[in-house]
Design a protein around this ligand. Structure first.
Ligand code: P53
Length: 477
């Protein structure tokens, strides 16, 4: 018997990718509301515009209209037997600009209703506080997390949520994939720390500065949650993609270690309450001196209760002579892993990497874990009779769930639950597409903004239902 009896099976989405209704219920403009769709023909990335501009395509304004469909959707999740449902609270529904003194009651009420709807079916909400959704005013007028005052605004938001929902939500996470910004670019910086780069800015410095303020904000939130209600469990959320050496050549092995250092030090701070030595040495070398004594106290007092992480793929790195001494994270060093197949977006499929990841976290921190995202984005084809035969999604999930069971069974890791991404089709975070679909539930809507948002079941729907009903014992289809 591999998985615990109370294993939290479920699915995960994020407010900005699903809800739409960007101007309803007193909601403010968030950073993702000013991100365009990527260009699906040329492959050009999403762009950040200076406010909401006419003539631009902003898919997050619409999402899949979860704001108005949530009752129908939660009912479908319940039909699959979900024990939990992960989503985020859109910061801008609660504090439309971030700097208000009082929260927006209509926003708070929306999540009360959503959580009640979940509990009606015995589904436990699992909540992310900041999933790429910072108020645009906070980014534009204050500089996002490059400004220390963002810490107070986040903690204020977190406390309002903990107080209001403490009897409806036990499991929380602070910042979604906080470590994505290790790969420094405007898209990652705006999603994580709401950093708006200007000509001549030192992007790397701003990344470390804002990451530090986020980590302090996270620790203060963890402490606040425990003070409000000791039953609350607050985790971090790490985007985990294993980085392997491309060969046994020692430089490749060291390159992989260096990349792991640079991408995963965030979890060390979250879980240990202090910075790892290699990052402190880097700060010393670079003359970064933003960590105060007070910050150190806050970090030590706000260690997370569990580690939440996402897992989609793994990377392999080959040393090309950059950074001879530092072995930094160099995306250009990543090479195709010839042992693995990849999705249509080039994401390499590696179930064993998930077992590796579970062990990597558990060896270091011995904390309970939750896999809060894992899934397969694909171009689904709806047949004339309305069915979607997403066998590739079943195959992906089956192999990953098998790897999880092995990690629990053979390696003894402590795993609380698994929320696949995303049980229903939503807007892609990296490209802003609708046509990169993840769901068990198909949503009739596409990149060209055609469709009526009607929902239907794919083949994988019944498969996942059986997996949950047998607590992961029967993975056959
Ligand atoms: P999409 C990059 C790489 C891996 C996961 O991603 C990532 C990202 C950031 O875009 O994000 C997480 O939709 C994220 C979700 C996101 C999901 O993975 O780009 O937490 O918001 O939708 C899948 O295919």
């Amino acid at each position: 018997m591999a998985l615990r009896e109370d294993f939290l099976w479920g699915g995960a989405i994020a407010a900005h990718q699903a809800e739409g209704a960007w101007q309803e219920g007193g909601k403010g403009v968030s950073c993702t509301d000013v991100e365009t769709a990527g260009d699906n023909v040329t492959g050009a990335p999403r762009r950040l515009t200076d406010g909401v501009l006419p003539g631009e395509d902003y898919p997050n304004h619409v999402g899949v209209d979860f704001y108005h469909h949530y009752k129908e959707d939660v009912k479908l999740f319940a039909e699959m037997g979900f024990k939990c449902f992960r989503t985020s609270i859109a910061w801008t529904r609660i504090f439309p600009r971030g700097d208000e003194d009082k929260p927006n009651e209509e926003g708070l009420k929306f999540y009360d209703d959503l959580f009640d709807e979940c509990h009606k079916y015995g589904i436990e909400p699992v909540i992310t506080l900041s999933h790429f959704e910072m108020p645009w005013a906070l980014a534009k007028e204050y500089g996002g997390f490059t400004n220390r005052s963002a810490i107070d605004m986040f903690v204020k938001f977190a406390k309002v949520c903990f107080e209001r929902y403490q009897h409806k939500v036990k499991y929380w996470m602070t910042f979604n994939e906080i470590n994505n910004q290790a790969d420094v670019n405007q898209h990652n910086l705006i999603q994580e720390g709401a950093v708006l780069l200007k000509e001549g800015d030192d992007a790397e410095y701003l990344m470390y500065l804002s990451a530090h303020y986020e980590l302090v904000a996270s620790a203060l939130a963890v402490k606040a949650a425990h003070d409000i209600n000791p039953d609350l469990q607050v985790g971090c959320m790490i985007g985990m993609n294993a980085v392997y050496p491309a060969s046994p050549k020692p430089e490749d092995v060291m390159n992989a270690l260096g990349a792991m250092h640079q991408k995963y030090w965030y979890v060390e701070v979250h879980a240990r309450g202090h910075y790892p030595q290699h990052i402190l040495r880097k700060f010393e070398r670079k003359g970064y001196d933003f960590i105060t004594e007070e910050d150190k106290v806050a970090l030590a007092a706000g260690k997370v209760d569990y580690i939440g992480f996402s897992y989609y793929m793994s990377f392999a790195t080959e040393y090309h002579g950059h950074n001879e001494k530092t072995f930094d994270y160099i995306p250009e060093d990543f090479v195709r892993n010839t042992y693995l197949k990849a999705s249509d977006w080039g994401w390499q499929i590696d179930p064993l990497g998930l077992r590796w990841a579970l062990n990597w976290f558990y060896d270091r921190f011995e904390l309970p874990m939750m896999i809060v995202e894992n899934g397969f984005g694909a171009f689904d084809k709806k047949e004339a009779d309305g069915t979607v035969n997403d066998q590739y999604r079943i195959d992906y999930l089956r192999s990953h769930i098998q790897a999880i069971k092995d990690a629990v069974d053979y390696d003894g890791v402590d795993l609380l639950g698994y929320t696949m991404w995303s049980p229903i089709d939503i807007v892609s975070a990296s490209t802003g597409e609708y046509d990169k679909r993840y769901g068990f539930i198909y949503v009739n809507y596409n990149n060209a903004h055609e469709g009526d948002f009607s929902r239907s079941k794919k083949k994988s729907f019944d498969w996942y239902k059986k997996v949950i009903a047998t607590n992961g014992e029967d993975l056959s289809d």
